[in-house]
Design a protein around this ligand. Structure first.
Ligand code: OTU
Length: 645
């Protein structure tokens, strides 16, 4: 077990004073295994890991000593209540500060809007200083110590964080830890020949290394950024998984780890509650593999978590790992044994299954895939989402597809055709993203409202179809709100905002159709949110009531279990949520254009002896089903939430 030497321990007592020093040392004792174990496994071959660990603990001590008083108070609360982020009151909202409100100050002016929706967790998209010009939506950071000057300053971020804290809203921001912009100080110095800065990146003198790696590396952006290496004058070839201006960091160098930890702690001390760790699977490279999801990537996350806990126990880490279903839950620490890793991770699989089911109107693939996965460890939580700023990649495993009689490749191709609006009868108005002509793979861009058919129905002036499309949106979000993770509303979905028709007008965006689903907030439309006859009003009311209903249902908090229950109807997805301290919960969702019924025996099977309806579709025309009949009838594209002892 790792222990601080006497000198370092004395430093803790001197810097923090009682009782904080005592708390710090108690945390260290509790975390020492989680700090030393991963560091030893990752860096044992290249560094004296006892020295390394001591240095990192002292860095954490610096951060703890600098932590502002209100945040220390928050730490205390959260140590008493470590499940604070698992509550059913947690409702997330995701937006770009500039697209939502111009700037960080602008965001502060719209907090009432978020409160009206029931939001308690606000994820602002990348806001640190990016490179000039195209920055991949802020995912190419030139300076981790500054806020994007177009959005404001660090001081503005602190003021915003404090105001959110006062309102009980947690703040999440992006931390791009796999790569920096090539304009970052280290990259500039590396180009100028600084040997220490060259060690921060993965740089090869010729093509030998890159060729060997590329034999097994997939391409993330084959259309616009083929290959994974970029030739630069001087040093040679730089590892660039994403765009040529995003240089991958070399985590085999402990200095990279140390600097990134310092960035995390600085941001935590500004009042950030949650860090979204971008591209987490890519942190470690290994020849002969796809260099994703490597054991060391997990160990690094574990070490980051333990060391941030030490200094800022109120901080939560969220993994952005959009990977195959069998590799997802490990980011929550579900390895052979539970190893505390990220507290939150995106439930990419649920998202994909929702869209797949929307297209097929057949729940069997979702039932199969979701039923056989490993649960999230009890202290953690998924974040559940329907849309985000990225494309939808069809993470449907061939094995899952085969189990329900589908070909994986054919099904993925069907989904691309369907959502691009090319499949006969499709109502979707998305677009294909990064079609790889070599492999036939492709992904989908588009706002939820456009993928659900709201855009096409509104354009056609087809009122009946519009109602159906709005109900689809509500059904999908109903699952997002009740599957057990923290639900995230992607900005604009609450108003059924369609694709941005002018997305390509900005020359820096024209090559990347993900911008079609990154519209500016339309405050004119938002003003119609209280008009129940408008599309905006219908969508807003639906999401708002989902938030309201969720808050009342203890079974929906994270840390419980989600169990898929075959409903005996291919169009109805049924699942049960349970939490040791709550009454059981049953959700039924009809994913088809026709009415469907299920045997009411399902209610008893779910353990609800005295069922009552907790919530049901609000969208026009959907009737809440009576529960006392032998069969439960569900209107087309409608859902019912049941609870009861
Ligand atoms: C992330 O996405 C961001 O969400 C993207 O907007 C960025 O472009 C990218 O990183 C680079 O910073 O491959 O297609 O498993 O899927 O990190 C998007 C994680 C991506 C990857 C994810 C990445």
């Amino acid at each position: 077990m790792f222990r601080l030497d006497q000198e370092a321990e004395a430093a803790v007592r001197e810097r923090l004073g009682l009782p904080e020093a005592d708390a710090f040392l108690a945390r260290l004792e509790q975390l020492s295994f989680d700090i030393a174990g991963p560091l030893e496994q990752v860096y044992g071959g290249v560094a004296d890991t006892t020295r390394l660990a001591t240095g990192l603990v002292l860095d954490a001590l610096d951060a703890a000593a600098a932590r502002p008083a209100p945040l220390r108070l928050l730490d205390r609360r959260r140590e008493i209540d470590p499940g604070w982020f698992q509550r059913s009151r947690m409702i997330g909202y995701v937006c770009y500060a500039d697209r939502f409100a111009g700037s960080l100050r602008g965001v502060r002016e719209h907090l009432d809007y978020l409160a009206e929706l029931g939001v308690t967790y606000l994820h602002l998209m990348p806001l640190l200083q990016p490179r000039d010009g195209d920055s991949d939506g802020g995912y190419a950071v030139a300076d981790y110590g500054a806020v994007d000057r177009r959005l404001g300053t660090m001081a503005d971020l602190e003021v915003l964080a404090a105001e959110l804290r006062g309102r009980g809203i947690a703040l999440c921001i992006d931390l791009v830890l796999n790569h920096t912009a090539r304009e970052h100080e280290w990259a500039r110095k590396a180009l100028a020949g600084d040997p220490a800065c060259r060690e921060m990146y993965l740089i090869y003198p010729d093509r030998t290394g890159p060729d060997a790696y590329e034999a097994t590396l997939p391409e993330v952006f084959p259309d616009t950024a083929p290959g994974s290496f970029t030739e630069v004058p001087g040093p040679g070839w730089v590892w660039t998984t994403f765009h040529d201006y995003q240089w991958d960091l070399n985590y085999a160098n402990p200095a990279v780890f140390r600097h990134m930890l310092a960035t995390m702690l600085t941001l935590a001390n500004r009042g950030v509650d949650v860090l979204r760790l971008d591209a987490a699977p890519f942190l470690w490279k290994r020849a002969g593999t796809d260099s994703q999801n490597q054991p060391e990537a997990h160990l690094l996350l574990q070490a980051f978590r333990a060391l941030t806990r030490l200094a800022a126990p109120g901080l939560v880490l969220k993994a952005e790992a959009i990977v195959g279903p069998e590799m997802l839950v490990q980011y929550l620490g579900a390895h052979d044994r539970y190893q505390p890793e990220c507290d939150l991770a995106y439930d990419n699989q649920l998202m994909v299954m929702l869209w797949s089911t929307l297209a097929t109107r057949d729940v069997r693939l979702a039932e199969h895939a979701l039923a056989r996965r490993r649960p999230a460890p009890a202290p953690t939580s998924w974040v559940s989402y329907l849309r985000c700023h990225d494309d939808i990649g069809w993470a449907v495993s061939d094995a899952d597809a085969a189990a329900v009689g589908l070909g994986g490749f054919e099904h993925r191709r069907f989904l691309n055709e369907f959502f691009a609006g090319r499949f006969p009868g499709s109502f979707a108005r998305g677009a294909v993203f990064q079609e790889n002509l070599m492999t036939g793979d492709a992904r989908i861009s588009g706002m939820a409202a456009s993928l659900c058919g709201i855009e096409s129905a509104a354009a056609a002036g087809d009122e009946a179809e519009l109602t159906l499309a709005l109900r689809r949106l509500e059904c999908l979000y109903a699952v997002v709100f009740s599957f057990g993770g923290i639900p995230l509303i992607y900005m604009g979905d609450e108003l059924a905002l369609p694709n941005d028709p002018g997305w390509a007008d900005d020359p820096a965006h024209a090559h990347d159709n993900r911008w079609m689903h990154r519209p500016r907030m339309d405050w004119g439309r938002a003003a119609r949110r209280r008009d129940p006859a408008s599309v905006e009003g219908r969508a807003f009311a639906a999401l708002r009531s989902l938030a309201h209903a969720r808050r009342q249902l203890l079974a929906l908090r994270s840390g419980g279990t989600t169990e898929i229950l075959p409903a005996g109807n291919q169009s109805v997805l049924a699942y049960r949520r349970a939490h040791p301290r709550s009454a059981p919960f049953l959700s039924l969702t009809n994913f088809s254009d026709a009415s469907q019924s299920v045997d009411a025996g399902l209610i008893a099977r779910a353990g609800l002896r005295h069922p009552r309806l907790a919530h049901a579709s609000t969208a026009a025309g959907a009737e809440a089903p009576p529960l006392e009949l032998a069969r439960i009838e569900l209107d087309p594209w409608s859902f019912a939430w049941l609870t009861g002892t």
